[in-house]
Design a protein around this ligand. Structure first.
Ligand code: ATP
Ligand code: MG
Length: 430
C-alpha cells in the first residue's frame, strides 16, 4: 500500500486518494483468463460461449456428479458462480454451486442424500461424505414490479423460478454470472463476465445504484471480490458504493455480520478494510473504527500492520484464525484507545462494544471474548498472564499477541498508563 493518508471529505470522491483503491488498475498481471470465444458477438437472447477446459483436478467430483445426473435426466445443469470465476482466474474454488432447470423437489427425487432448505430461497442441498454439501439451486428470475411486495427497491422475496438467462441477470456481478457446461466444456456468459475477468474488473449486472439499493450487502461483496481477487472496480460501481453506503444500515444484521467476517477471513482483510474505509462504508458499519482511523497521525500504521499480519497468517496456514482472533485484530487499537482515555476502562470497553454488537449482530460470546482479551493483553505482553493463562481464551490471546509482534507502541503506552489509573481510582474511593 503506497500511502496511508486519506482525505476526510467523503462527499466528493474526486478528492479521494487512490492509494490501495480498487479504482486504480491492478498492477499484478495475474493468470491470464484462458477462454476462447465461440461466437463473435453476444446478441439479444443469445449468450457468448467460450471454449474452455477447466482443470479437471480442480473440479469437485461430487459437484460434477450432481450436474451429470441432472443432465442425464433431461434437465439443464451447470456449475455456476464463484467456482467458475475462480477456476478461470486460475484459483482453487472454495466451494462448488450448481444451477439447474430442475425444481428443488425434482432434485430431491434424484438424490437420496438431499435436503431442501430455505424459505426466501428454496434450495436443494446434496450431501456427500465428509460433510460436503453441493448447493443446487433452481434457475430464478427477478420478480416483476407487480410481483414485488412493495414498490421499494429492497428485495425481500426472491423465489420465482425462471430460465438460465434470467438466472444469470439476477446475480450480482458479471464475473459471478458465468455458467460452465461440463459436457460441452464451454463457459456460457449472458452478462459479459469473461470480458470483465479479462479486464480484471468488478462490474454489477445493471445499474449499480439500483443493485446496491435492492441488496446493500452487495456493496460488501464488491469490496470483498475486488480485494480478494486483486481486481479493480468499474468507476460507477465504486461511486455507487460511496453514494449508497448508508443503505447498509437497512440490511439484515446477520447478513452484515457474516459478510464482515468474510472481509476478515479470506486473506485480504487489510485491503478490504482499507477499501471499506476509503468508500465510507466503514463509517456506516463500524464508525468506532473509522473515527479512530481519521484521528490517528498519518505515520501511525500499526492498525494496518496488524491486519497485514493477519492476512499473512491466513495465507500461510490456508485458513483464518478463530472469529474471536479476527474481531480482536479489527477492534484492538480503537478499543484499547477507548480504554486508555477513560479512568474506568471496563466501562469504556462496554460502551465501545455495545453499539457494535447491536449494529452488526456480533455474538455476545465473541464480543465478550474480545473485551477480555484486550483487557489481558497488556499483562500478557508484560509477561504476567497470571490466572488468565488457565482460561480457554489464553490460546486466542496468544495468537493475537503473536500477530501484534514485539515492541508494540500501543501496549507500551497502556502499560505506562495503567499504574496512574489505579492510583486515581484509589483516591476516588477514599
Ligand atoms: P465465494 O468464493 O466467496 O463463495 P461466490 O461468488 O461463490 O464467492 P456465494 O456467496 O457463494 O459467492 O454466492 C454464490 C453465487 O450466488 C454468486 O457467485 C452470485 O452469482 C450469487 N449471489 C450471491 N449473493 C448474491 C447477492 N447478494 N445478489 C445477487 N447474487 C448473489
Ligand atoms: Mg461460493
Amino acid at each position: 500500500m503506497a500511502s496511508k493518508d486519506r482525505p476526510v471529505d467523503l462527499g466528493d470522491s474526486s478528492t479521494r486518494t487512490n492509494a490501495g483503491s480498487a479504482l486504480s488498475e491492478p498492477t499484478v498481471a495475474d493468470t491470464e483468463v484462458r477462454a476462447e470465444p465461440i461466437e463473435e458477438e453476444r446478441s439479444e437472447g443469445r449468450p457468448s460461449r467460450y471454449a474452455c477446459t477447466l482443470d479437471p483436478r480442480k473440479i469437485d467430483p461430487d459437484a460434477a456428479k450432481v450436474v451429470r445426473r441432472l443432465v442425464r435426466h433431461g434437465y439443464e445443469a451447470y456449475l455456476v458462480g464463484g467456482c467458475v470465476r475462480d477456476s478461470l482466474l486460475g484459483r482453487t474454488p472454495k466451494d462448488f454451486d450448481v444451477a439447474t432447470s430442475a425444481q428443488p423437489d425434482d432434485v430431491q427425487r434424484l438424490f437420496r442424500n438431499c435436503r431442501i432448505i430455505g424459505r426466501r430461497f428454496r434450495l436443494a442441498h446434496v450431501f456427500f461424505s465428509g460433510g460436503k454439501v453441493i448447493e443446487t439451486a433452481t434457475f430464478r428470475r427477478n420478480p416483476t414490479s407487480e410481483e414485488k411486495t412493495s414498490d421499494q427497491l429492497l428485495i425481500r422475496r426472491d423465489n420465482f423460478f425462471g430460465r438460465a438467462d434470467e438466472d444469470a441477470v439476477r446475480r450480482d456481478f458479471t464475473i459471478n454470472a458465468l455458467f460452465y457446461d461440463l459436457e460441452a466444456k464451454q463457459v456460457i456468459d449472458w452478462c459479459g463476465g469473461v470480458e470483465d475477468l479479462q479486464r480484471r474488473s468488478v462490474r454489477t449486472i445493471g445499474d449499480p445504484i439500483v443493485r446496491f439499493l435492492e441488496d446493500p450487502v452487495r456493496m460488501l461483496r464488491a469490496i470483498k471480490f475486488s480485494s480478494r481477487l486483486n481486481l479493480g472496480m468499474t468507476p460507477n460501481v465504486y461511486h455507487a458504493i460511496v453514494q449508497c453506503r448508508g443503505a447498509l444500515a437497512m440490511a439484515a444484521r446477520p447478513r452484515l455480520f457474516e459478510e464482515v467476517m468474510r472481509l476478515l477471513r479470506e486473506g485480504a482483510s487489510q485491503t478490504c478494510i482499507w477499501l471499506a474505509w476509503e468508500t465510507g462504508v466503514l463509517d456506516v458499519l463500524l464508525p468506532e473504527v473509522s473515527t479512530y482511523l481519521y484521528d490517528r497521525p498519518a505515520e501511525d500504521g500499526t492498525f494496518w500492520e496488524l491486519l497485514s499480519e493477519l492476512d499473512r497468517w491466513t495465507e500461510e496456514r490456508g485458513e483464518a484464525p478463530d472469529d474471536v482472533v479476527l474481531w480482536t485484530c479489527l477492534l484492538f487499537e480503537p478499543l484499547l484507545e477507548a480504554c486508555l482515555s477513560d479512568a474506568d476502562s471496563a466501562n469504556a470497553a462496554t460502551d465501545f462494544l455495545e453499539p457494535v454488537i447491536e449494529r452488526l449482530n456480533v455474538p455476545r460470546r465473541v464480543a465478550d471474548a474480545v473485551r477480555r482479551i484486550v483487557a489481558q493483553l497488556p499483562r500478557m505482553y508484560a509477561g504476567r498472564p497470571g490466572r488468565f493463562s488457565r482460561t480457554p481464551l489464553y490460546g486466542p490471546a496468544c495468537e493475537v499477541l503473536a500477530l501484534l509482534g514485539e515492541g508494540h507502541p500501543k501496549l507500551d503506552a497502556f502499560l505506562e498508563a495503567a499504574p496512574r489509573k489505579k492510583r486515581r481510582r484509589k483516591h476516588q474511593r477514599a
